[in-house]
Design a protein around this ligand. Structure first.
Ligand SMILES: Cc1cc2nc3c(=O)[nH]c(=O)nc-3n(C[C@H](O)[C@H](O)[C@H](O)COP(=O)(O)OP(=O)(O)OC[C@H]3O[C@@H](n4cnc5c(N)ncnc54)[C@H](O)[C@@H]3O)c2cc1C
Length: 408
């Protein structure tokens, strides 16, 4: 068992070590024990791989292949399903982007509303400083801010208490998570909060119950009499229409190109590139995850992951990688392309979220100067995302064929 530093190094090698350490426990042991939140000192029953997978320091396909080399598909079924939840949420948000845009608008509106409502502001402050008087909730707040991680069950309980007991806007809770989780991710986070609130699966909410918390924390907490007894689903007027997935950019490129590594994909290895990039740059902008300050640990993890990915991509290409933390990518990429005389910049496709927005702005600016920005989707996403329909079931039923495609 690795002794977990509260904040793991944001490197691929640390991600691979974490995976290797977890492998023996990824089969039946995971299926039986994964729902227990045994506290920050004991995470043996889960993988803690999410910060690495979220930033693609380690790919889902690698995790699945390693687990299935060690365990049968039947024994690892639960773990494999969990890994595919990320593809479900990413694929779903990609096809319903208005959910993200409305969420971003609402976070700003909720923050503005706090400024003119002293009671609401005080209630929000108590929640994010761990001063609500609900022991379990306050402990999870402390753990989240200190370590950047919460167990999945704790995330569900926390979100439920935030929405139904404290009656705070779900958008501010999702924003609080996104600011502090090392694995903070627009799709998994926004959609999980909406699921708890009864907005993702319309009318179906998640109510945190005292007996469930007591059992699955091994009696560490007992919030008897402190939690809401009912959870009426939230209702929204907005409709979120289905938007078909666009075609991915092709990799066929003539001429010199540069490689851009972002916090959405830090693997740093070629995306089936036709040749070696002439130059490599890593760019991160974690501050765009929220209008409020991002937790130091989450910001540092994202920036270091990009540095690690860019450095490895640079090594592969025999070039020294550059690195920039900035929220004005269009200027920086134009300067980068000009300095290296590039006709194109290639990057991994960024799913809906702040990085995709930065890339969109940069693409039109670069196009104005005759430089292409190619956003290349990985085969895993290309195959899995179209199955992210109304519920998880459709994607789940395709897991065997997706595993066959991966050769796992
Ligand atoms: C309210 C709420 C907010 C969440 N916000 C995020 C977030 O911002 N980023 C994030 O990565 N996950 C989020 N999750 C999902 C889940 O809690 C974490 O992925 C998981 O707890 C990570 O810990 P682990 O790696 O030890 O998981 P394990 O139990 O070891 O699971 C293995 C892997 O499966 C994937 N996985 C498991 N559950 C989910 C899930 N529900 N959605 C997507 N992937 C999953 C992760 O990549 C994880 O590393 C959220 C869940 C809830 C209820």
């Amino acid at each position: 068992m690795l002794i977990q530093n509260p904040i793991p190094d944001a490197t691929r090698s640390r991600g691979l070590e974490t995976l290797a350490d977890f492998l023996p426990r990824a089969g039946r042991a995971y299926a039986e024990r994964r729902n227990f939140d045994l506290g920050p000192e004991d995470r043996d029953n889960v993988s803690t791989l999410s910060p690495f997978i979220r930033h693609r320091l380690v790919l889902e396909s690698e995790v699945l292949a390693a687990v299935l080399e060690r365990h049968s598909r039947e024994a690892a079924d639960k773990f494999v399903q969990e890994v595919f939840w990320r593809a479900y949420f990413k694929g779903w948000l990609e096809q319903h982007p208005s959910v993200w845009h409305d969420y971003r608008r609402d976070v700003n509106a909720c923050i503005a509303a706090l400024e003119s409502d002293a009671d609401a502001c005080a209630a929000y402050d108590r929640a994010i400083t761990g001063a609500t008087g609900i022991d379990c909730f306050d402990a999870w707040t402390d753990e989240l801010v200190r370590t950047g991680y919460l167990h999945n069950h704790a995330r569900m309980w926390f979100a439920s208490i935030w929405v139904f007991t404290l009656e705070l806007p779900w958008q501010l809770g999702a924003d609080f998570f996104l600011r502090h989780l090392l694995d903070g991710d627009p799709a998994s986070n926004t959609l999980s909060w909406r699921w708890v609130a009864g907005l993702h699966t319309k009318g179906k909410t998640y109510l945190a119950r005292v007996s469930n918390i007591t059992s699955y924390t091994n009696d560490r907490f007992n919030p008897a009499g402190q939690l809401a007894a009912t959870a009426a689903p939230l209702i929204e007027e907005a409709r979120h229409d289905f938007v078909p997935l666009g075609a991915a950019d092709s990799m066929a490129i003539d001429g010199d190109f540069g490689l851009l590594v972002t916090e959405e994909d830090c693997i740093g290895l070629p995306l089936d590139l036709p040749a070696e990039p002439k130059a490599v740059i890593g760019m991160s902008a974690p501050s765009l995850r929220s209008p409020l300050a991002i937790g130091q640990a989450a910001a540092a993890f994202a920036a270091s992951a990009v540095q690690d990915g860019a450095a490895r991509a640079g090594e592969c290409a025999g070039r020294e990688a550059e690195f920039l933390e900035s929220s004005r990518w269009e200027d920086a990429l134009l300067e980068f392309a000009g300095r290296h005389d590039l006709g194109a910049i290639v990057t991994a496709f960024a799913p809906v979220g702040p990085v995709a927005e930065l890339l969109e702005r940069a693409a039109s600016r670069l196009a104005g100067e005759g430089i292409e920005l190619r956003r290349v989707r990985r085969g895993y996403d290309e195959r899995a995302w179209p199955h992210a329909g109304k519920g998880y079931f459709k994607l789940k039923s395709r897991i065997p064929e997706l595993l066959d495609f991966l050769g796992a």
